[in-house]
Design a protein around this ligand. Structure first.
Ligand code: NGO
Length: 536
C-alpha cells in the first residue's frame, strides 16, 4: 500500500466515524454550548436503556419537575418508559441519579457536576436550578435525533468523565417585544423553551409601547381592551389576561427562568395615552398608533393622576410577578422635558420600591442620580450620586455616557449593546426582516466581543449580566422570531455563561456547526450563515 492510499483510508474512516458518532469516546470533544468550565474524559461509555430509571434525591417539587422534564424528553425518541422515583442513596447500575447536595461552593446557585461512569450518570448541584442546567447539557451529549418526538433507533450512549460547570453571570437573558407585534402565550412558552436550552435564565417581556398595551390591568381596563387592540401594521393585536400572564410566569419558573415585566414610561406610551384621555397633559386621547416611529409620546409627568395610574399598574403587576425585578423603560423620552424626566424617574423608582421590586431601567434612567446638568455641561465634581442610586439596575444599549453614569452611581449594568446583541438587527444587507440602524450583525460579530472590554470603564464587577433583545417592529410570526434569534442567541448565551478566557470564534463556529442537526430536529428555523461549517 502506498502512502496516498493509506492517507485516503484514514480520511474515509475518520469521516465515517464523525458521521456515525458511535460509540462516543471522548467527553472532552463533545460540542457543548455554552462551553463548560471543565470537562475530563475517561474513555468509556454509559448507555441509557429501557431498564434505565431516573432517581432523585430530595423531595423538592423543583427537583421533581426537573427529573420529570428529563424523562419526558427521553421517552418519545427512545421509545422507553423511563420513570422518576425517589432515591435514598446511590441507585443500582444503569441508572440516572439527580441530587441536590448543597455544599459545593464553587458551583454556586446554578452550577452542577455531571459524573458519568460506565454504570451510573450522577448529577450533583447545590440547587435544583443546577440540576436543570445539567439536564440541558445531557441533552447535548446524546445524538441530535433524541430531540425528535418520534421513536428513533438507539443506542443512546454517552461517553464517560466529569463535567463541572457554573455561569459567569447570574443574569443571562433575552427580551421579547410583545408590544410592536403581539405573540400568543404558546409562542412565549416556546421562546422560554428555546432560551433555556442554552441556559439563559431571564425573559424580559416588553409589555407596553406606542403600538400596544399587552397586560390586563383590572383597575384600568381600557389599557388592554382598547390599548391592546392593534399592533404595527394595524393587525388585531391582543393582550395577556392576568391568568395567562401567571401561566407564563409559572412555565418560566419551572424552567428556572425569571420573567422581567417592562412597562415603558414616560415615553413609548401612546397606547396608554389613547386609552385614557386624563393621562395626557391636554386631556385629549390621541388615536391608536400602528407605525414604527419612536420618541413622540409622553405621559403627563406633572399631573397627580399619572402617578396614581403608575401606582395601580405597578401594584397589580408586582402582585403577579414572583421575580425580583420590574422594568420601567425610560428610553428615548424625547417628548418629555429633561426637567420633568428626572423627577418622574425618581418618583417611579420609589413607587416600584414601595411594591417590593427592584428597578431596572434603560441606560437613560442612570442620569437621574446625577445633578441636573447635562453630561456635556458637567465638571468632574458634579458627579455626585444620590444615596439610593446603587440599587437601581441600568440596561446599557447604546449611549456609553449613560452607562458610565450608572457605573459612577454604583449601579449594576445589564449589557445589551445594540451593535452586538440586538437580535432585530439584520445579518447583512440581504436580510429581509429586521432593522440596521445600529449595525448589520453577522454571526461572528455577535460572538466576537467581551462584556468586560467593550466599554472602557465598565468592568466585570459592574456587570450583573447580559440580555439579548428582540424588538419586533418587523417581526410577526414565531418562524420569523426563530430566524432572527438563531443562531446568534446561542453565542450570546455562551458569552453569559462560559469563562471569557476559553472562548474563540474559530473553535466556537465548529461547535455551533455541530448544533445544526439539533436545531433542525427541534424544528427551529435558523439563519444558516455561510460563516458556520454546518453539519448536515
Ligand atoms: C431602541 C428603542 C426601541 C426600538 C429598538 C429597535 C431601545 C432601548 N429603544 O432600543 O423602541 O424598538 O431600538 O432596534
Amino acid at each position: 500500500m502506498n502512502y496516498r492510499d493509506l492517507g485516503l483510508g484514514i480520511l474515509i474512516t475518520a469521516s465515517l466515524f464523525a458521521c456515525e458518532r458511535h460509540p462516543p469516546t471522548d467527553l472532552a470533544k463533545e460540542n457543548l454550548i455554552p462551553k463548560p468550565v471543565s470537562v475530563t474524559a475517561t474513555a468509556k461509555v454509559f448507555e441509557i436503556t429501557k431498564e434505565t430509571g431516573i432517581f432523585i434525591e430530595g423531595e423538592s417539587p423543583e427537583l421533581q419537575f426537573a427529573g420529570q422534564y428529563l424523562a419526558d424528553w427521553l421517552n418519545p425518541s427512545t421509545g422507553f418508559d423511563i420513570n422518576v422515583s425517589s432515591a435514598s442513596g446511590e441507585p443500582k447500575s444503569g441508572n440516572i441519579y439527580l441530587k441536590v447536595a448543597g455544599n459545593d461552593t464553587e458551583l454556586g446557585d446554578e452550577g452542577y457536576e455531571i459524573k458519568i461512569t460506565d454504570d451510573l450518570l450522577t448529577v450533583t448541584a447545590n440547587k435544583a436550578a443546577g440540576v436543570f442546567w445539567a439536564i440541558q447539557t445531557i441533552r447535548q451529549l446524546l445524538p441530535a435525533k433524541a430531540e425528535l418526538t418520534s421513536v428513533q433507533e438507539g443506542p443512546w450512549e454517552i461517553s464517560t468523565g466529569t463535567i463541572r460547570d457554573y455561569p459567569t453571570y447570574p443574569f443571562r437573558g433575552s427580551m421579547l417585544d410583545v408590544a410592536r407585534h403581539f405573540f400568543e402565550v404558546d409562542d412565549v412558552k416556546r421562546y422560554i423553551d428555546l432560551i433555556s436550552l442554552y441556559k439563559m435564565n431571564v425573559l424580559h417581556l416588553s409589555l407596553s409601547n406606542d403600538q400596544g398595551w399587552r397586560i390586563e390591568i383590572k383597575s384600568w381596563p381600557n389599557l388592554a381592551t382598547y390599548g391592546g387592540s392593534t399592533e404595527v401594521g394595524g393587525g388585531k393585536g391582543g393582550y395577556y389576561t392576568q391568568e395567562q400572564y401567571k401561566d407564563i410566569v409559572k412555565y418560566a419558573q419551572e424552567r428556572f427562568v425569571t420573567i422581567v415585566p417592562e412597562i415603558d414610561m414616560p415615553g413609548h406610551t401612546n397606547a396608554a395615552l389613547a386609552s385614557y384621555p386624563e393621562l395626557n397633559c391636554n386631556g385629549k386621547a390621541p388615536a391608536l398608533y400602528t407605525g414604527i416611529e419612536v420618541g413622540f409620546s409622553s405621559l403627563c409627568t406633572t399631573s397627580e393622576i399619572t402617578y396614581k395610574f403608575i401606582d395601580d399598574v405597578v401594584r397589580e403587576l408586582s402582585a403577579i410577578t414572583p421575580g425580583p425585578y420590574l422594568h420601567i423603560g425610560g428610553d428615548e423620552s424625547h417628548a418629555t422635558k429633561r426637567e420633568h424626566y428626572i423627577p418622574f424617574v425618581a418618583k417611579v423608582r420609589d413607587i416600584v420600591k414601595s411594591h417590593g421590586k427592584q428597578v431596572i431601567g434603560w441606560e437613560e434612567t442612570a442620569q437621574i442620580n446625577m445633578n441636573e446638568k447635562r453630561p456635556e455641561e458637567r465638571v468632574t465634581g458634579d458627579l455626585q450620586p444620590k444615596s439610593d442610586a446603587a440599587s437601581a439596575i441600568a440596561q446599557y444599549w447604546s449611549n456609553t455616557t449613560h452607562a458610565l453614569e450608572a457605573v459612577a452611581n454604583g449601579s449594576k449594568l445589564v449589557m445589551s449593546p445594540a451593535k452586538r446583541m440586538y437580535l432585530d438587527m439584520q445579518y447583512d444587507s440581504t436580510t429581509k426582516l429586521g432593522l440596521h440602524w445600529a449595525a448589520y450583525i453577522e454571526v461572528d460579530s455577535s460572538y466576537i466581543w467581551n462584556p468586560t472590554t467593550l466599554v472602557k470603564g465598565i468592568k466585570r464587577e459592574n456587570i450583573l449580566g447580559i440580555e439579548a433583545p428582540l424588538w419586533t417592529e418587523t417581526i410577526s410570526t414565531m418562524d420569523e422570531i426563530e430566524y432572527m434569534i438563531f443562531p446568534r442567541i446561542i453565542g450570546l448565551a455562551e458569552i453569559g455563561w462560559s469563562p471569557e478566557e476559553g472562548r474563540g470564534w474559530e473553535e466556537y463556529k465548529v461547535r455551533l456547526g455541530n448544533h445544526g442537526p439539533r436545531l433542525k430536529a427541534l424544528g427551529i428555523d435558523y439563519y444558516a450563515s455561510k460563516q458556520v461549517p454546518w453539519v448536515e
